[in-house]
Design a protein around this ligand. Structure first.
Ligand SMILES: *Cc1c(COP(=O)(O)O)cnc(C)c1O
Length: 392
Protein backbone atom coordinates (compact mmCIF):
# COMPACT_ATOMS: atom_id res chain seq x y z
CA UNK A 1 0.00 0.00 0.00
CA UNK A 2 1.41 3.37 -0.98
CA UNK A 3 2.01 5.91 1.81
CA UNK A 4 -0.55 8.26 0.33
CA UNK A 5 -3.28 5.66 0.99
CA UNK A 6 -2.98 6.00 4.78
CA UNK A 7 -1.43 9.43 5.22
CA UNK A 8 -3.49 11.55 7.64
CA UNK A 9 -5.12 14.42 5.75
CA UNK A 10 -5.67 17.37 8.10
CA UNK A 11 -8.27 20.09 7.67
CA UNK A 12 -5.89 23.02 7.28
CA UNK A 13 -2.21 23.28 8.15
CA UNK A 14 0.25 26.11 7.47
CA UNK A 15 2.66 26.25 4.57
CA UNK A 16 6.20 27.70 4.72
CA UNK A 17 7.67 27.91 1.24
CA UNK A 18 9.38 31.28 1.23
CA UNK A 19 11.72 33.51 3.21
CA UNK A 20 10.54 32.52 6.69
CA UNK A 21 13.91 31.11 7.80
CA UNK A 22 16.15 33.99 6.64
CA UNK A 23 13.78 36.66 7.99
CA UNK A 24 13.42 35.03 11.41
CA UNK A 25 17.19 34.47 11.50
CA UNK A 26 17.70 38.17 10.81
CA UNK A 27 15.63 38.98 13.91
CA UNK A 28 17.72 36.63 16.05
CA UNK A 29 21.03 37.82 14.60
CA UNK A 30 20.20 41.48 15.15
CA UNK A 31 18.42 41.09 18.49
CA UNK A 32 15.24 42.76 17.19
CA UNK A 33 12.75 40.20 18.47
CA UNK A 34 10.23 42.27 20.38
CA UNK A 35 7.53 44.70 19.31
CA UNK A 36 9.89 47.28 17.81
CA UNK A 37 11.70 46.38 14.62
CA UNK A 38 11.76 46.84 10.89
CA UNK A 39 9.70 43.76 10.04
CA UNK A 40 6.71 45.13 11.97
CA UNK A 41 6.74 48.32 9.92
CA UNK A 42 7.39 46.52 6.67
CA UNK A 43 4.61 44.03 7.33
CA UNK A 44 2.13 46.83 8.05
CA UNK A 45 3.06 48.81 4.95
CA UNK A 46 2.92 45.85 2.60
CA UNK A 47 -0.27 44.52 4.12
CA UNK A 48 -2.04 47.88 3.80
CA UNK A 49 -0.92 48.10 0.17
CA UNK A 50 -2.10 44.56 -0.50
CA UNK A 51 -5.65 45.08 0.75
CA UNK A 52 -5.84 48.65 -0.56
CA UNK A 53 -6.13 50.47 2.75
CA UNK A 54 -4.21 53.57 3.85
CA UNK A 55 -3.04 52.19 7.17
CA UNK A 56 -2.49 48.89 8.93
CA UNK A 57 -1.63 48.20 12.58
CA UNK A 58 -0.18 44.79 13.46
CA UNK A 59 -1.48 43.15 16.62
CA UNK A 60 -1.06 39.93 18.60
CA UNK A 61 -4.16 38.13 17.30
CA UNK A 62 -7.30 38.52 15.25
CA UNK A 63 -9.31 38.59 18.45
CA UNK A 64 -7.18 41.46 19.79
CA UNK A 65 -7.76 43.29 16.50
CA UNK A 66 -11.54 42.95 16.92
CA UNK A 67 -11.41 44.06 20.56
CA UNK A 68 -9.47 47.21 19.75
CA UNK A 69 -11.45 47.94 16.57
CA UNK A 70 -14.73 47.93 18.46
CA UNK A 71 -13.24 50.30 21.02
CA UNK A 72 -11.97 52.55 18.18
CA UNK A 73 -15.48 53.03 16.82
CA UNK A 74 -16.87 53.91 20.22
CA UNK A 75 -18.49 50.74 21.55
CA UNK A 76 -19.19 51.19 25.27
CA UNK A 77 -20.50 49.08 28.14
CA UNK A 78 -24.20 48.37 27.72
CA UNK A 79 -24.19 48.82 23.94
CA UNK A 80 -25.26 46.18 21.43
CA UNK A 81 -23.17 45.19 18.40
CA UNK A 82 -24.88 43.50 15.45
CA UNK A 83 -22.93 40.40 14.46
CA UNK A 84 -23.30 37.02 12.74
CA UNK A 85 -24.81 34.05 14.57
CA UNK A 86 -22.92 31.64 12.33
CA UNK A 87 -19.30 32.36 13.17
CA UNK A 88 -16.35 31.38 15.31
CA UNK A 89 -16.82 32.84 18.79
CA UNK A 90 -14.15 35.59 18.63
CA UNK A 91 -16.28 38.53 17.39
CA UNK A 92 -18.96 37.89 20.02
CA UNK A 93 -16.27 37.73 22.69
CA UNK A 94 -14.73 40.99 21.47
CA UNK A 95 -18.02 42.80 22.13
CA UNK A 96 -18.17 41.20 25.59
CA UNK A 97 -14.64 42.36 26.48
CA UNK A 98 -15.98 45.93 26.26
CA UNK A 99 -19.01 45.18 28.40
CA UNK A 100 -21.22 45.33 25.30
CA UNK A 101 -23.50 42.56 24.05
CA UNK A 102 -23.51 40.92 20.65
CA UNK A 103 -26.88 41.18 18.86
CA UNK A 104 -27.00 38.05 16.75
CA UNK A 105 -28.48 37.85 13.28
CA UNK A 106 -29.13 34.78 11.17
CA UNK A 107 -27.22 33.75 8.03
CA UNK A 108 -28.80 34.04 4.57
CA UNK A 109 -29.25 30.73 2.74
CA UNK A 110 -27.46 31.56 -0.54
CA UNK A 111 -23.92 32.33 0.57
CA UNK A 112 -24.27 31.54 4.29
CA UNK A 113 -23.24 35.09 5.28
CA UNK A 114 -24.84 37.61 7.66
CA UNK A 115 -28.41 38.33 6.48
CA UNK A 116 -28.46 42.09 5.85
CA UNK A 117 -32.18 41.98 4.93
CA UNK A 118 -33.05 40.69 8.40
CA UNK A 119 -31.00 43.45 10.02
CA UNK A 120 -32.75 46.08 7.90
CA UNK A 121 -36.18 44.71 8.76
CA UNK A 122 -35.28 44.65 12.44
CA UNK A 123 -34.06 48.26 12.41
CA UNK A 124 -37.25 49.38 10.63
CA UNK A 125 -39.74 47.50 12.77
CA UNK A 126 -38.20 46.86 16.19
CA UNK A 127 -35.90 49.84 16.85
CA UNK A 128 -36.21 53.55 17.49
CA UNK A 129 -33.95 55.96 15.66
CA UNK A 130 -33.79 59.51 16.93
CA UNK A 131 -31.07 62.10 17.31
CA UNK A 132 -28.67 59.78 15.51
CA UNK A 133 -29.13 57.10 18.18
CA UNK A 134 -30.49 53.67 17.30
CA UNK A 135 -32.19 51.86 20.18
CA UNK A 136 -33.32 48.26 20.38
CA UNK A 137 -36.88 48.75 21.61
CA UNK A 138 -37.10 45.42 23.40
CA UNK A 139 -33.89 45.72 25.41
CA UNK A 140 -33.69 49.50 25.58
CA UNK A 141 -30.00 49.32 24.68
CA UNK A 142 -28.19 51.39 22.09
CA UNK A 143 -27.06 49.62 18.93
CA UNK A 144 -23.60 51.02 18.38
CA UNK A 145 -21.90 49.17 15.53
CA UNK A 146 -22.16 46.58 12.77
CA UNK A 147 -19.69 43.68 12.98
CA UNK A 148 -20.20 41.51 9.89
CA UNK A 149 -18.14 38.32 9.73
CA UNK A 150 -17.04 37.27 6.24
CA UNK A 151 -17.12 33.55 6.92
CA UNK A 152 -15.21 30.79 5.12
CA UNK A 153 -13.55 33.16 2.67
CA UNK A 154 -16.69 34.74 1.19
CA UNK A 155 -17.72 38.39 1.64
CA UNK A 156 -20.90 39.62 3.29
CA UNK A 157 -23.06 41.84 1.03
CA UNK A 158 -21.20 45.03 1.97
CA UNK A 159 -23.10 47.23 -0.47
CA UNK A 160 -26.42 46.58 1.25
CA UNK A 161 -24.75 46.81 4.65
CA UNK A 162 -23.06 50.14 3.85
CA UNK A 163 -26.44 51.59 2.82
CA UNK A 164 -27.86 50.53 6.17
CA UNK A 165 -24.84 51.89 8.04
CA UNK A 166 -25.29 55.25 6.29
CA UNK A 167 -28.99 55.39 7.04
CA UNK A 168 -28.58 54.61 10.75
CA UNK A 169 -25.15 56.25 11.19
CA UNK A 170 -23.45 53.10 12.38
CA UNK A 171 -19.77 52.29 11.92
CA UNK A 172 -18.84 48.99 10.26
CA UNK A 173 -16.08 46.84 11.73
CA UNK A 174 -15.42 43.92 9.40
CA UNK A 175 -14.27 40.58 10.72
CA UNK A 176 -12.30 39.57 7.63
CA UNK A 177 -10.16 37.08 9.55
CA UNK A 178 -11.23 34.16 7.34
CA UNK A 179 -11.24 36.10 4.10
CA UNK A 180 -7.91 37.81 3.41
CA UNK A 181 -7.70 38.33 -0.35
CA UNK A 182 -11.45 37.94 -0.98
CA UNK A 183 -13.09 40.59 -3.15
CA UNK A 184 -16.41 42.40 -2.95
CA UNK A 185 -17.25 44.04 -6.28
CA UNK A 186 -13.65 43.74 -7.52
CA UNK A 187 -12.21 45.32 -4.42
CA UNK A 188 -10.35 43.39 -1.74
CA UNK A 189 -11.81 43.22 1.75
CA UNK A 190 -10.09 45.79 3.90
CA UNK A 191 -10.13 48.37 1.13
CA UNK A 192 -13.72 49.49 1.58
CA UNK A 193 -12.94 52.34 3.93
CA UNK A 194 -14.26 50.83 7.14
CA UNK A 195 -12.22 49.32 9.94
CA UNK A 196 -11.38 45.70 9.05
CA UNK A 197 -9.68 43.00 11.09
CA UNK A 198 -7.54 40.09 9.93
CA UNK A 199 -6.00 37.05 11.64
CA UNK A 200 -2.75 35.19 11.08
CA UNK A 201 -3.57 32.24 13.29
CA UNK A 202 -2.10 28.91 12.20
CA UNK A 203 -5.17 27.75 10.29
CA UNK A 204 -5.72 30.95 8.30
CA UNK A 205 -4.70 31.52 4.65
CA UNK A 206 -1.37 32.98 5.82
CA UNK A 207 0.07 32.71 9.30
CA UNK A 208 2.49 34.35 11.69
CA UNK A 209 1.94 31.63 14.28
CA UNK A 210 -0.38 34.01 16.05
CA UNK A 211 -1.16 37.52 14.93
CA UNK A 212 -3.67 39.95 13.53
CA UNK A 213 -4.08 43.25 11.71
CA UNK A 214 -6.36 46.26 11.95
CA UNK A 215 -6.72 48.22 8.71
CA UNK A 216 -8.42 51.55 8.10
CA UNK A 217 -8.29 54.56 5.80
CA UNK A 218 -8.49 56.97 8.72
CA UNK A 219 -5.08 58.00 10.08
CA UNK A 220 -6.56 59.11 13.41
CA UNK A 221 -8.05 55.67 14.01
CA UNK A 222 -4.79 53.95 13.04
CA UNK A 223 -2.81 56.21 15.39
CA UNK A 224 -5.23 55.45 18.20
CA UNK A 225 -5.02 51.72 17.49
CA UNK A 226 -1.24 51.93 17.78
CA UNK A 227 -1.57 53.84 21.05
CA UNK A 228 -4.08 51.45 22.60
CA UNK A 229 -2.17 48.32 21.57
CA UNK A 230 1.08 49.55 23.14
CA UNK A 231 -0.31 50.14 26.66
CA UNK A 232 -1.48 53.69 25.90
CA UNK A 233 1.88 55.31 26.70
CA UNK A 234 1.62 59.07 26.90
CA UNK A 235 5.12 59.56 28.22
CA UNK A 236 7.25 56.49 27.63
CA UNK A 237 10.12 57.89 29.70
CA UNK A 238 8.13 58.86 32.79
CA UNK A 239 5.56 56.07 32.36
CA UNK A 240 2.50 58.29 32.15
CA UNK A 241 -0.73 56.68 30.91
CA UNK A 242 -4.00 58.58 30.61
CA UNK A 243 -6.01 55.51 29.57
CA UNK A 244 -6.12 51.77 30.07
CA UNK A 245 -4.33 50.22 27.11
CA UNK A 246 -3.39 46.72 26.04
CA UNK A 247 -0.23 44.75 25.43
CA UNK A 248 -1.46 43.73 21.98
CA UNK A 249 1.38 44.65 19.63
CA UNK A 250 2.77 42.05 17.22
CA UNK A 251 6.41 41.12 17.76
CA UNK A 252 9.10 41.58 15.13
CA UNK A 253 9.62 37.79 15.08
CA UNK A 254 6.00 37.23 14.17
CA UNK A 255 6.09 40.08 11.67
CA UNK A 256 9.14 38.49 10.01
CA UNK A 257 6.99 35.43 9.35
CA UNK A 258 4.23 37.73 8.14
CA UNK A 259 6.50 39.43 5.58
CA UNK A 260 7.57 36.06 4.22
CA UNK A 261 4.02 34.71 4.10
CA UNK A 262 2.66 37.82 2.40
CA UNK A 263 5.17 37.33 -0.43
CA UNK A 264 3.52 33.95 -1.09
CA UNK A 265 -0.08 34.97 -0.54
CA UNK A 266 -1.12 35.10 -4.20
CA UNK A 267 0.35 31.65 -4.74
CA UNK A 268 -1.53 30.33 -1.69
CA UNK A 269 -4.78 31.91 -2.83
CA UNK A 270 -4.43 30.26 -6.24
CA UNK A 271 -3.80 26.90 -4.56
CA UNK A 272 -6.89 27.28 -2.36
CA UNK A 273 -9.00 28.13 -5.37
CA UNK A 274 -7.72 25.15 -7.34
CA UNK A 275 -8.68 22.91 -4.41
CA UNK A 276 -12.19 24.39 -4.36
CA UNK A 277 -12.52 23.94 -8.13
CA UNK A 278 -11.56 20.28 -7.88
CA UNK A 279 -14.07 19.64 -5.10
CA UNK A 280 -16.79 21.44 -7.00
CA UNK A 281 -16.10 19.35 -10.09
CA UNK A 282 -16.09 16.16 -8.03
CA UNK A 283 -19.36 16.84 -6.21
CA UNK A 284 -21.29 18.58 -8.98
CA UNK A 285 -23.26 15.47 -9.86
CA UNK A 286 -23.32 13.74 -6.49
CA UNK A 287 -26.81 13.49 -5.02
CA UNK A 288 -27.26 15.25 -1.70
CA UNK A 289 -24.00 17.23 -1.79
CA UNK A 290 -24.02 20.99 -2.32
CA UNK A 291 -20.76 22.89 -2.64
CA UNK A 292 -20.62 26.40 -1.13
CA UNK A 293 -21.64 29.04 -3.67
CA UNK A 294 -19.90 32.22 -4.78
CA UNK A 295 -22.00 35.35 -5.33
CA UNK A 296 -21.76 37.04 -8.76
CA UNK A 297 -20.51 40.18 -6.96
CA UNK A 298 -17.89 38.35 -4.95
CA UNK A 299 -14.63 36.52 -5.27
CA UNK A 300 -14.27 34.02 -2.47
CA UNK A 301 -10.91 32.70 -1.32
CA UNK A 302 -12.46 29.37 -0.23
CA UNK A 303 -10.51 29.53 3.02
CA UNK A 304 -12.17 26.23 3.83
CA UNK A 305 -13.98 24.19 1.21
CA UNK A 306 -17.31 23.44 2.83
CA UNK A 307 -20.10 21.14 1.61
CA UNK A 308 -23.69 20.82 2.70
CA UNK A 309 -25.09 17.31 3.06
CA UNK A 310 -28.77 16.60 2.48
CA UNK A 311 -29.22 13.57 4.70
CA UNK A 312 -32.10 12.00 2.80
CA UNK A 313 -30.62 12.42 -0.66
CA UNK A 314 -27.08 11.48 0.40
CA UNK A 315 -28.03 8.55 2.61
CA UNK A 316 -26.29 9.67 5.82
CA UNK A 317 -26.01 12.90 7.75
CA UNK A 318 -23.00 15.21 7.98
CA UNK A 319 -21.77 13.79 11.29
CA UNK A 320 -21.96 10.19 10.07
CA UNK A 321 -19.97 11.24 7.01
CA UNK A 322 -17.44 12.98 9.26
CA UNK A 323 -16.90 9.72 11.19
CA UNK A 324 -16.56 7.72 7.98
CA UNK A 325 -13.94 10.16 6.69
CA UNK A 326 -12.08 9.96 10.00
CA UNK A 327 -11.94 6.19 9.59
CA UNK A 328 -10.29 6.86 6.22
CA UNK A 329 -7.80 9.15 8.00
CA UNK A 330 -9.37 12.29 6.59
CA UNK A 331 -10.21 15.24 8.85
CA UNK A 332 -13.50 17.02 8.21
CA UNK A 333 -15.21 19.41 10.58
CA UNK A 334 -18.67 20.88 11.20
CA UNK A 335 -19.20 24.62 11.29
CA UNK A 336 -19.36 26.40 14.65
CA UNK A 337 -22.20 26.01 17.09
CA UNK A 338 -24.33 29.05 16.23
CA UNK A 339 -23.65 31.83 18.70
CA UNK A 340 -27.26 32.20 19.88
CA UNK A 341 -27.05 28.59 21.13
CA UNK A 342 -23.62 28.98 22.73
CA UNK A 343 -23.59 28.66 26.53
CA UNK A 344 -20.94 31.40 26.56
CA UNK A 345 -23.35 33.83 24.94
CA UNK A 346 -26.44 33.30 27.07
CA UNK A 347 -28.22 36.60 27.61
CA UNK A 348 -27.27 38.11 24.26
CA UNK A 349 -30.23 39.35 22.20
CA UNK A 350 -31.15 37.68 18.90
CA UNK A 351 -32.79 39.42 15.94
CA UNK A 352 -36.24 37.79 15.38
CA UNK A 353 -35.51 35.58 18.38
CA UNK A 354 -34.18 32.74 16.22
CA UNK A 355 -31.58 31.84 13.59
CA UNK A 356 -33.06 28.90 11.66
CA UNK A 357 -30.71 29.13 8.67
CA UNK A 358 -27.61 29.09 10.88
CA UNK A 359 -28.98 26.06 12.73
CA UNK A 360 -29.61 24.08 9.53
CA UNK A 361 -26.17 24.97 8.14
CA UNK A 362 -24.60 23.93 11.42
CA UNK A 363 -26.44 20.60 11.21
CA UNK A 364 -25.67 19.92 7.53
CA UNK A 365 -22.25 21.38 6.71
CA UNK A 366 -18.79 19.87 6.79
CA UNK A 367 -15.52 21.57 5.93
CA UNK A 368 -13.10 19.44 3.97
CA UNK A 369 -9.28 19.36 3.90
CA UNK A 370 -8.20 22.67 2.39
CA UNK A 371 -4.49 23.11 3.14
CA UNK A 372 -2.46 24.96 0.52
CA UNK A 373 -0.17 21.93 0.44
CA UNK A 374 -2.97 19.42 -0.26
CA UNK A 375 -1.79 17.50 -3.33
CA UNK A 376 -4.19 16.36 -6.09
CA UNK A 377 -3.45 12.74 -5.11
CA UNK A 378 -4.52 13.33 -1.52
CA UNK A 379 -7.51 15.39 -2.59
CA UNK A 380 -8.63 12.54 -4.86
CA UNK A 381 -8.66 10.35 -1.76
CA UNK A 382 -11.10 12.77 -0.09
CA UNK A 383 -13.35 12.88 -3.17
CA UNK A 384 -13.26 9.11 -3.51
CA UNK A 385 -14.13 8.55 0.16
CA UNK A 386 -17.14 10.85 -0.14
CA UNK A 387 -18.47 9.26 -3.31
CA UNK A 388 -18.00 5.80 -1.75
CA UNK A 389 -20.00 6.94 1.28
CA UNK A 390 -22.78 8.21 -0.97
CA UNK A 391 -23.19 4.72 -2.44
CA UNK A 392 -23.75 2.98 0.89
C1 LIG B 1 -9.77 32.99 13.40
C2 LIG B 1 -10.91 33.90 13.66
C3 LIG B 1 -10.79 35.03 14.50
C4 LIG B 1 -9.65 35.39 15.39
O1 LIG B 1 -8.50 34.93 15.22
P1 LIG B 1 -7.29 34.74 16.26
O2 LIG B 1 -6.16 35.30 15.49
O3 LIG B 1 -7.22 33.27 16.46
O4 LIG B 1 -7.58 35.51 17.49
C5 LIG B 1 -11.86 35.90 14.60
N1 LIG B 1 -12.98 35.69 13.93
C6 LIG B 1 -13.16 34.61 13.15
C7 LIG B 1 -14.45 34.47 12.42
C8 LIG B 1 -12.13 33.68 12.98
O5 LIG B 1 -12.33 32.61 12.21
Amino acid sequence: MADTDREWIPLAVPEFRGNEWPYVKECLDTGWVSTAGSFVNRFEERFAAYVGAKRAVAVASGTAALHVALRLVGVEPGDEVVTSALTFTAPANAARYLGALPLFVDAEPSYWQLDVGKVRHFFRTACDFSGGVLTNRETGRRIRALLPVHILGHPVDLEALAALAGEYRLPIVEDATESLGAEHRQRRLGGHGHVACFSFNGNKIMTTGAGGMIVTDEPALADRALYLTTQAKDDPVEYVHREVGYNYRLSNLHAALGCAQLEKLDEYLAARRAIADRYRAAFGSLRGVEFMAEAPWARSIFWLSTIRIDRDAFGMDSRALMHRLAAERIQARPLWQPMHLSPAQVGAPVIDGACPVAEVLHRDCLSLPSSVGLTPVLQDRVCHAISQASRL
